[in-house]
Design a protein around this ligand. Structure first.
Ligand code: CP
Length: 307
């Protein structure tokens, strides 16, 4: 693995290697056991052209734990605001000796273009691309599921919410498919029905009760108002909560040991009830902790395999 652009590009063996490596870090309190100072002479640039708390901070923490220098660049305070292209920004940072580029971009389709322009020694990691992909989130979600459910084959996973605008749903479904997950159900109001040709291994329904029945894993998604282009997609949020919010009553339809996930940030009282988000079945803060170990795993595997 030289770069990480899409989860669908990884085979099951590589995903298992990432999950095992992340498990090892987690079992050692997120310390870099086996990869101490691996990135000692490396500089990592976090280029985030959309807001982020979890992904950017956890990449920063993960890279520092492995010994790297880290710089953070956002649109507003960089020469991107003066019209510099992303390629020119990368070339500029390469000239300063930056080795790893962690990129979040609001527009889709930049990564393959960038690959053609960067130097052979540079590494690219997708930290979220429009509504298309978020592979490191998908991987940390797989780490979280496997730590609770052990075996993907017997898992009924439900992804609930604004599927039409969700890069998390896309990448997680790709990962769950690769791991031969028992059942993958996507559920949303009809207004947020996704293009199902992009979710080949999953089944779609707008019936939340049938979807949740006997589920092992429920992933709730944020309603992404910032990605909505026309009025028809701005559905009434209190109506949304009534019809599709994950409430404690609805959670009772799932298995007793079902886990509740959310990539964050959450809209409490819109897609999830407070008591569920903070309840005993919630693993939402665990996902955040697992995000550091997963990103340490990704960086260390890229560094070890690509040299
Ligand atoms: N889940 C996620 O990508 O969160 P941030 O936008 O805070 O990075």
């Amino acid at each position: 693995m030289k770069h990480l652009l899409y989860l669908k590009d990884l085979n099951q063996e590589t995903i298992n290697q990432i999950l095992d490596t992340a498990d090892n870090f987690l079992d050692h309190d997120n310390q870099p056991i086996g990869s101490e100072n691996l990135l000692k002479d490396k500089t990592i640039a976090n280029l985030f052209f959309e807001p982020s708390t979890r992904t950017r901070s956890s990449f920063q923490i993960a890279a520092r734990k492995l010994g790297a220098d880290v710089i953070n660049i956002d649109e507003e305070h960089s020469s991107r605001a003066k019209g510099e292209t992303l390629i020119d920004t990368l070339k500029t940072l390469e000239a300063m000796g930056v080795n790893y580029f962690i990129i979040r971009n609001k527009h889709s389709g930049v990564f393959h273009d960038l690959l053609e322009h960067i130097e052979n020694r540079s590494r690219l990691i997708n930290a979220g691309e429009s509504n298309i992909s978020h592979p490191t989130q998908g991987l940390l979600d797989l780490v979280t599921i496997r730590r609770h459910k052990k075996d993907f084959h017997n898992v009924k996973a439900v992804i609930l919410g604004d599927l039409a605008h969700s890069r998390v749903a896309r990448s997680l479904t790709e990962g769950l498919e690769k791991m031969n997950t028992g059942e993958i159900i996507l559920v949303s109001p009809k207004d947020y029905e996704p293009d199902m040709t992009l979710f080949k291994g999953a089944r779609y329904t707008d019936n939340i009760e049938s979807a949740l029945r006997n589920a092992d894993v429920v992933v709730t998604l944020r309603v992404q108002k910032e990605r909505m282009e026309n009025e028809t997609q701005f559905i009434d949020l209190s109506q949304y909560y009534q019809d599709y919010g994950l409430t404690s009553k609805r959670l009772e339809l799932c298995k007793k040991d079902a886990i509740v996930m959310h990539p964050g940030p959450m809209n409490r009282g819109v897609e999830i009830e407070n008591i569920v988000a903070d309840g005993p079945q919630s693993v939402i803060t665990e996902q955040v902790t697992n995000g550091i170990a997963t990103r340490m795993a990704i960086l260390s595997i890229i560094e070890k395999s690509a040299g």
